[in-house]
Ligand binder design. Structure first.
Ligand SMILES: [Zn+2]
Length: 64
């Protein structure tokens, strides 16, 4: 059991890649992005970044 002295540390966010819930204090938050995304760890962050870079390269002008 962890002591719950800090309420902010109790807050949980779900990983943007695998949807796993992680404490906000342990979540990875990329700073250079326009929107806020949370990741449970470096693995998911790397995966997400790779995907977003790939979609940037491919879909410059996708006709909708
Ligand atoms: Zn994850």
């Amino acid at each position: 059991m962890t002591k719950s002295s800090d309420k902010a540390a109790d807050e949980k966010v779900s990983c943007s890649v695998c949807r796993k819930e992680v404490p906000l204090s342990e979540a990875m938050i990329p700073e250079a992005e326009d929107y806020v995304a949370h990741f449970c760890g470096l693995e998911c962050y790397t995966q997400w970044k790779r995907q977003s870079e790939r979609s940037k390269q491919q879909g410059g002008k996708t006709s909708k």
